[in-house]
Every structure is written in structure tokens, then in C-alpha cells.
Design a protein around this ligand. Structure first.
Ligand SMILES: [Zn+2]
Ligand SMILES: [Zn+2]
Length: 344
């Protein structure tokens, strides 16, 4: 089968590799149909690592996938050949303290698709996953819904970890696919006003289409002043979704006393810095987010029931052979890209 492998910094090659086989009785073999490119894939493509996780070449990334079941092990019950499915890229052990506490996303023995040292990604024609990572796409749900359920579930989870945004004034700092996922979740959960910032104007235009009251580009305007003018008492909840120190600072500046700061972005640096005076005097609560847990099914349901629409999320599509072009486009933030998809 064909696999698209990273072979160096900003290098990628299509190679022939052996097809994966079922090993365990709960394994499911999947023919990939579509993959969404994630910011973390781009980190590995342009830098060869995220923090201490370093790529050993050749390696395949990709974890936002959907496909069709082609073969199942003899104990598999939840899917059968021919089913369209969303793939949850996390393969927890279900045995460690974290798993037993219901925190599968911080499993001590976690294997995650396209994560160096854990598992190859799904930029290949076939993959094998445990049954528990497979979620049937029923009704009007397409491969795009399946693939986008991965980042979207992170938005749904982040909103949940904030307590609730229902009736609250909310800020989203950074409007890539994760910021947009938070927006879609926050809207569905009844947030009052949603303020959005980003450095890319096309992304702000998408935010306005989704109903953001005020958007701003911090490169071009005093975003803190602009939002403060509308919201003199400050924001109730702020989601940092781009991994930038400036965005974290603006979020803290804009939060009201007792406000909640939810940090989802993956920075390229090693340490955040917090303004002691502002965080302490305002008694800001701080919550970091690590991917998501138990939100995929709920996210698929929300899309199926029309509570969340991803119509404005997918901006670009490429055939599998042209994956490198797609990665370059996303890496360079060209052409107003939000989510680029690869069709197999
Ligand atoms: Zn992702
Ligand atoms: Zn575990």
C-alpha cells in the first residue's frame, strides 16, 4: 500500500509499505477515506518535534481520520466491514491509574496515531485500530464529520472543563481549527457574547460568519482596548487557542475578577509567563487542556442532530498524492486556510 512519510524537515515522500494486519481479536482494519491536517502534524513537519517528542525518520503523521471498515477481529462487535467510521486516534491501556480514573487521555501507556515513539499516523491507505477507537458514522455524517470530530471534540471538552459558558461572555484568542472548535462548542452551549482574535483576517471573517460579536487582529489594532470598550467589566471565560504569550497576556488582561483562563494552545517555547499582579489580584482560575476524553461520541451526535455545523471549517482539499502541497499551505498559513483535508 502507499504511505506518505516524513523523511526530514519539510520533506515528505510517498512510499510502498506492507499493509497492516489484524493482530488482536479486537482489531479493526480500516481503509482511509479522508484525513484532516492538524497543527501538531505541521509542527512535526516543520520542526521534527513537539517538545521532547522527536520524529525518527521515516515516519507518518496524521490523526484526524475517517475511513471504511474492511476487516474485523473475531471479538469485534461495534463495527462491521463496510461501516463508515470516525477514528479516535487515542489508544489508551485501560489499566493504569489514569485510565481507571477515567482519564484515558493522560494514560501512562498511551499510544496516539502519528505521535513519535507511540504509533504511526494515518497518512496511508490502510490502518489497524482497536475497536474502541472506532465510531460509526450514521445518518448524514460523512467522512469529513468523522475526521473533524477529533479537533471538535477538543473544543467540546474545553468548554466542559470551563464549567460552562452558558450565558457568559467569552473570548477566544487564536482562531485556527481549535479556536473554531471552541467557538462551535461555546455557541452550542449558549455562550452570550463571543469575542475572537487572530492574526489572519480571513479567519476573523469565518469567526464573524459563526456569530462572533467582535473580532480583532492584534497586529493591526489594540484588541484589549476594543474588547474592554464593549465589555467594561471584563470577560468571564477566556480560551487561549494559539500557544502565543501575547494571546495569554491579552486573555489575562481582559478577564474579570474570578474569571477562568483555559489554555489549549501548544506553544513553540518551553515556559509560559504569567503576570503575578493581574492573575493574583483578579484570582484567575487556570485550566490546561490535554486533547480530550470521552467527547467524540457526543460531538458526532451534536453534528448529526444539526446542533453544530462544520460547513465553514473545511477550506481546502487535496488528493493523497499532493499531501505535501497541503502541508506547505497549512504551514505557511496561506490562502486563508482553516482546515485542509486529504482525500484518499
Ligand atoms: Zn488534531
Ligand atoms: Zn492507561
Amino acid at each position: 500500500m502507499k504511505a506518505m512519510l516524513l523523511t526530514g524537515i519539510r520533506k515528505m515522500e510517498m512510499r510502498d509499505v506492507p499493509e497492516p494486519k489484524l493482530v488482536n481479536s479486537n482489531d479493526v482494519k480500516i481503509r482511509m477515506s479522508v484525513l484532516g491536517i492538524c497543527g501538531s502534524d505541521i509542527h512535526y513537519y516543520t520542526q521534527g518535534q513537539i517538545g521532547s517528542q522527536k520524529v525518527q525518520y521515516p515516519f507518518s503523521v496524521g490523526h484526524e481520520g475517517a475511513g471504511v471498515v474492511v476487516e474485523v477481529g473475531n471479538t469485534v462487535k461495534r463495527v462491521k466491514p463496510g461501516d463508515k467510521i470516525a477514528i479516535d486516534p487515542a489508544m489508551p491501556c485501560y489499566e493504569c491509574d489514569q485510565c481507571l480514573a477515567g482519564r484515558h487521555h493522560t494514560c501512562r501507556n498511551l499510544r496516539f496515531l502519528g505521535c513519535p515513539g507511540q504509533a504511526e499516523g494515518c497518512l496511508m491507505e490502510y490502518i489497524v485500530m482497536p475497536e474502541k477507537s472506532c465510531f460509526q458514522l450514521t445518518g448524514m455524517l460523512t467522512g469529513d464529520h468523522g475526521s473533524i470530530s477529533e479537533p471538535l471534540a477538543i473544543g467540546v471538552y474545553a468548554e466542559k472543563k470551563s464549567g460552562s459558558v452558558n450565558g457568559l461572555n467569552t473570548g477566544i484568542f487564536g482562531y485556527g481549527p481549535i479556536g473554531m472548535s471552541v467557538m462551535l462548542a461555546a455557541k452550542e452551549k449558549g455562550a452570550n457574547k463571543i469575542y475572537v482574535t487572530d492574526l489572519i483576517d480571513e479567519r476573523l471573517a469565518i469567526a464573524r460568519k459563526e456569530g462572533s460579536s467582535i473580532t480583532g487582529n492584534p497586529m493591526k489594532e489594540n484588541i484589549v482596548g476594543k474588547i474592554m470598550h464593549e465589555e467594561p467589566l471584563g470577560l468571564d471565560v477566556a480560551f487561549e487557542c494559539c500557544g502565543k504569550q501575547e494571546a495569554l497576556d491579552q486573555a489575562i488582561e481582559l478577564l474579570k475578577p474570578g474569571g477562568k483562563l483555559i489554555v489549549i494552545g501548544i506553544p513553540e517555547f518551553e515556559r509560559w509567563s504569567l503576570n503575578v499582579e493581574k492573575t493574583r489580584r483578579k484570582e484567575i482560575s487556570l485550566q490546561f487542556i490535554r486533547r480530550q476524553v470521552d467527547c467524540v461520541e457526543q460531538t458526532l451526535e451534536m453534528m448529526k442532530n444539526g446542533l453544530i455545523s462544520i460547513d465553514n471549517m473545511v477550506t481546502h482539499r487535496f488528493p493523497f498524492e499532493r499531501t505535501k502541497e497541503a502541508f506547505d499551505l497549512v504551514a505557511d498559513y496561506r490562502d486563508g486556510v482553516m482546515k485542509a483535508m486529504i482525500d484518499f
